[in-house]
Design a protein around this ligand. Structure first.
Ligand code: ADP
Ligand code: MG
Length: 558
């Protein structure tokens, strides 16, 4: 205990009574086990043979999914270190759209291997440095092994979509769905002036409908709006409609929130009602005068206004989702009007609008030159099926759009991981000191992917890894695992292909998260730190870790 920590011989207490503190190895072990627990929770979902999880929220809502980020987000994790690993999945989802299970599993494996090194008394900073070097090298090696794709090569791009769908709800109809995904991406792909390929996924809307099979999903030009006409007497078919998009209610304007109206006689009541009717009449007249044939309103429409609109031969629907209204703006080229008084014909867009009674959907196809947007109408038997389908298709859209814009793909089924691990091991020879051990540990962590793919397929993971390594040693860079037969095959030729960008992103976010966890040598918690399986606390008098020259006996005092 150093001098400054005592004043006048009295320990100075700076932490509250309930607070807890854990240091050095205790802190590291605590954090590493929390992080690994998260990684282990999603591992069994990896790959085509991965299983699904059923998550039941505190409200009783059920989600059945295979999607890493969804599992972690629904899991209600309140351990701070575990949350850092959940962030890996979220970053991966934002940056790449797919590969979340891979990223989280690798982060967990890096920490597992780091723990072994810590036990051999290797300092965390050496491990952090080694992991960082190895991750940079691995990213560079991905550049080296990636193959260029021609954006026109739809056969190959379709394989990318199929690989991302395998093991998901979308798999059963992957032939149809992969084609829809590729078509959707191509519909929103433009070549910029500088020759760069730009994919704008904002112009792809996903709409879901239960009741029919996933194989009946379709790609449609324009928007599909899941609403009904506001009034039974409204027309429902327009080949070339002038479309009004409005985000204010078509209702009587309330004068004051809690104004009450004093009515003394039946006459007054009539007068009052007449006034309201007049107001609605005026609003509908403004809409009719602008020339609008179809109205999509984000807010409510008064019953009487609906009746007037129907009389005018106008098709209207209320409470359209805000995002749908935004998408309709792209499709119809209308402005979104927020004040009926300022409405002019200029604000209207143009589209064919057809309400399908059987589907209970509006089909809106823009007729203007600048109309953008396509809709993937996903169908499935039940809500759970459709939800999981939507997640799978979302991932596939992301990877296909990346493949088209970035143009680089890799052989999946563990092939790229084994190859990059081999190259990183070679690189380790050039790294001196204890960092070398960390670089090697990084390479080992990459091989988790083929090991878990094998494990999840009920294969022997050690045999599989031995076979894969020897194939790569003899120069077969794209040798991966056929999870269905257990054979080592050229996964690139077999059509198991993944975008390079997502893999690079998975490695960086996994490494960063692992390093973040390893850097912590002191946990100071305002409340209770204990989690299950954590009986021993590193409290007062806890064993000194011997790192950073900090002594023990630190709980609650300095
Ligand atoms: P993630 O959330 O990481 O994308 P997935 O469950 O989607 O996890 O699994 C992705 C892994 O499955 C990748 O390593 C990919 O190469 C592999 N994979 C996908 N399809 C196949 C296949 N047909 N054969 C072997 N491996 C496959
Ligand atoms: Mg995936």
């Amino acid at each position: 205990m150093s001098q400054q920590q005592r004043m006048g011989g009295q320990p100075m207490i700076i932490l509250g009574e309930d607070s807890q503190r854990m240091k050095d190895r205790d802190a590291q072990s605590h954090n590493i086990s929390a992080a690994r627990a998260v990684a282990e929770a999603v591992r069994s979902t990896l790959g085509p043979k991965g299983m699904d999880k059923m998550l039941v929220s505190s409200m009783g809502d059920i989600t059945v999914t295979n999607d890493g980020v969804t599992i972690l987000e629904e899991m209600d994790i309140d351990n701070p270190t575990a949350s850092m690993i959940v962030e890996v999945a979220e970053t991966q989802e934002d940056e790449a759209g797919d590969g979340t299970t891979t990223a989280v599993s690798i982060a967990g494996e890096l920490l597992k291997n780091a723990e072994d090194l810590l036990e051999q008394d290797i300092h965390p900073t050496a491990i952090i440095k080694g992991f960082h070097l190895a991750s940079e090298q691995a990213r560079a090696e991905i550049d080296n092994v990636a193959r260029q794709v021609d954006p026109e090569d739809t056969e190959l791009i379709k394989k990318v979509a199929e690989t991302s769908m395998t093991g998901k709800g979308a798999e059963l109809n992957k032939d149809v769905l992969a084609q829809l995904v590729v078509d959707a991406v191509q519909a929103v792909t433009v070549e910029a002036d500088d020759g760069e390929t730009i994919v704008d996924l904002e112009y792809v809307n996903i709409e879901t409908q239960t009741g029919r099979s996933a194989g009946e999903s379709e790609l449609l030009n324009g928007a599909v709006i899941d609403k009904d006409p506001a009034h039974a007497d409204m027309p429902t078919q327009f080949d070339d409609a002038d479309v009004l998009l409005i985000n204010e209610p078509i209702e009587v304007e309330e004068t004051d929130a809690d104004a009450s109206v004093q009515l003394d006689s039946p006459d007054q009541l009539q007068q009052f009602l007449d006034q309201e009717e007049e107001q609605l009449r005026e609003k509908v007249d403004k809409i009719a005068d602008s020339g609008a044939d179809v109205v999509f309103c984000q807010k409510g429409i008064d019953d009487l206004a609906e009746h007037f609109l129907a009389k005018e031969g106008i098709l209207a629907t209320s409470r359209v989702k805000k995002t749908d209204l935004g998408f309709l703006r792209e499709v119809t080229e209308a402005n979104i009007v927020s004040d009926l008084d300022a409405l002019t014909a200029e604000d209207l867009g143009s589209a064919s609008v057809n309400y399908d009674e059987a589907d209970e959907l509006f089909y809106v196809e823009g007729t203007g030159d600048e109309s953008h947007g396509v809709t993937l109408l996903l169908r499935g038997s039940t809500e759970h099926v459709v939800d999981e389908l939507e997640r799978g298709i979302g991932d596939a859209l992301d990877v296909v759009s990346q493949t088209v814009s970035d143009g680089r793909v890799l052989a999946g089924g563990g092939a790229v991981e084994v190859e990059v691990a081999r190259r990183v091991r070679e690189y380790a020879d050039s790294v001196s000191g204890r960092e070398q051990l960390a670089v090697e540990a990084f390479a080992d962590a990459l091989e988790l992917v083929p090991r878990v793919l094998a494990e999840n397929a009920g294969l022997d993971s050690i045999d599989t890894l031995v076979d894969l390594r020897s194939a790569h040693e003899s120069g077969d860079e794209t040798a991966g695992l056929n999870v269905f037969t257990g054979d080592v095959v050229d996964t690139y030729d077999a059509g198991v292909v993944e975008p390079a960008h997502a893999k690079q992103q998975a490695l960086s976010s996994a490494t960063e998260a692992a390093n973040l966890v390893l850097k912590i040598d002191d946990i100071i918690a305002a409340g209770d730190l204990s989690t299950e399986g954590e009986e021993e606390e590193g409290g007062p008098g806890g064993a000194p870790g011997g790192m950073g020259g900090m002594g023990g006996g630190m709980g609650g005092m300095m």
